[in-house]
Ligand binder design. Structure first.
Ligand SMILES: C[S@@+](CC[C@H](N)C(=O)[O-])C[C@H]1O[C@@H](n2cnc3c(N)ncnc32)[C@H](O)[C@@H]1O
Length: 379
């Protein structure tokens, strides 16, 4: 690990000596996905606080119920779409492959569903691809490098805690307008934050509702997330399908900063030892929905994760599992609470669905007010 830190630091110092400064997004991209030493590229960061090596834990790793319910959501949506065959089942950033394994197991008896599916995983990390191969060995899987490689076909897409790993740019409101926060080297050769000169061009990048935020406000934008939202919006404007995006962040664009580094379940200095801690930022669901709907689809929600999982029947599933394994009942209750309680993951985590414009709300979104279907509405 020491070699990994040193080589990434050396690489960043070389870049900064040559370029003077890099955006926070450039830094985040290097720290997470540099081919040799990026955080995701060389290991398995998942695990409970007690497990050796784990930095964070995600919903599918907390309980099988999460992936099972998402699998049922996919079947239900597939049926509402008229059972397209073939149908792509794509997951973005599948981690250990646990969600997909649970989703496929829960749906294996649905007539025709698995026969119609082509399962594709968008994963950048060779180490995690290997882990996914182990979890999903029984299934025929294709790996893709990026969303742009998803073939043209009816599509069910799931992304859990993928968008929060995409690089964000940060802008600060100054007396002279919006200035980009950048990473530079200080006199001692240490990475540090600085502000680039303000530019009127920055203003158009800021979500409209935040452009006149008070001096000192810091706003994060995620160009990669907006590009993917636009890709999905275009795709769902011409092909049947649906996308389900689950992540943490506010329903409406909100000033930050939210960029954080996590190592062994504890906050860590963002610029210290890049490549050794997970870097994430809250997902701006309003901008995601607007990016997708501007490209031609409809956005449903976001709803909170707690509301969504309860609508899909997590309580019934927990009771079923407890009945067949009474000794696991307390653990199942704790997991259900962790996933749904407002004081845990139930409220901070949101669920957004994207569908073609003429499609009624999918499961979990039926009781909402009219969906967002064009740029700038609602949200
Ligand atoms: C926080 S993990 C979430 C894993 C999984 N979805 C879960 O819920 O356990 C982020 C995942 O996205 C992948 N990833 C991060 N950046 C990526 C990118 N630019 N392209 C493709 N995959 C990426 C990581 O390797 C990892 O599998």
């Amino acid at each position: 690990m020491a070699m990994v830190i040193q080589s990434l630091l050396d690489h960043l110092r070389t870049r900064l000596t040559r370029e003077g400064a890099m955006t926070v997004a450039d830094f985040m991209g290097e720290a997470l996905t540099h081919p040799a030493s990026g955080y995701y590229m060389h290991g398995d960061p998942f695990g409970a606080p007690s497990a050796a090596g784990g930095d964070f834990i995600t919903a599918p790793e907390i309980s099988q119920m999460f992936g099972e319910l998402l699998g049922i959501w996919c079947v239900d949506t597939w049926m509402r779409l008229g059972k397209p065959d073939p149908c792509l089942l794509v997951e973005l950033g599948p981690g250990r492959g646990t969600l997909m394994a649970d989703a496929l197991r829960a749906t294996r008896l649905v007539p025709g569903f698995h026969d119609a599916l082509k399962v594709q995983l968008v994963e950048i990390s060779p180490a995690l691809r290997e882990r996914q191969r182990e979890s999903l060995g029984a299934h025929r899987i294709t790996w893709l490098d990026n969303v742009g490689q998803i073939p043209e076909a009816p599509l069910l897409l799931v992304a859990n805690e993928f968008f929060d790993a995409l690089p964000v740019r940060q802008f600060e409101q100054t007396r002279e307008g919006w200035a980009e926060r950048v990473v530079v080297l200080d006199d001692a050769g240490k990475l540090t934050f600085a502000l680039a000169a303000p530019s009127p061009a920055n203003r158009v990048l800021i979500p409209a509702t935040l452009r006149d935020a008070a001096k000192g406000s810091l706003v994060e934008i995620c160009p990669a997330a907006l590009n993917i939202a636009a890709f999905l919006g275009h795709r769902l404007a011409r092909q049947p399908g649906a996308a389900l995006i689950i992540d943490y962040g506010p329903a409406a664009s909100t000033p930050g900063p939210t960029l954080q580094a996590l190592r062994r379940h504890k906050r860590h200095d963002v610029l210290e030892a890049p490549g050794t801690a997970d870097l994430t930022a809250h997902v701006d669901f309003q901008s995601l929905a607007q990016g997708a709907t501007a490209a031609g689809c409809t956005a449903h929600g976001p709803v909170t994760q707690g509301t969504f999982l309860k609508a899909l029947g997590i309580e019934v599933r927990a009771a079923q599992l407890a009945e067949s394994a009474p000794r696991a009942a307390a653990a199942l209750t704790a997991a259900r609470k962790r996933l749904t309680d407002p004081t845990e993951m139930g409220e901070l985590f949101k669920v957004l669905a994207l569908t073609p414009r003429d499609m009624p709300p999918p499961a979990g979104f039926e009781s909402l007010s009219p969906p967002l279907s064009s740029h700038g509405e609602g949200g």
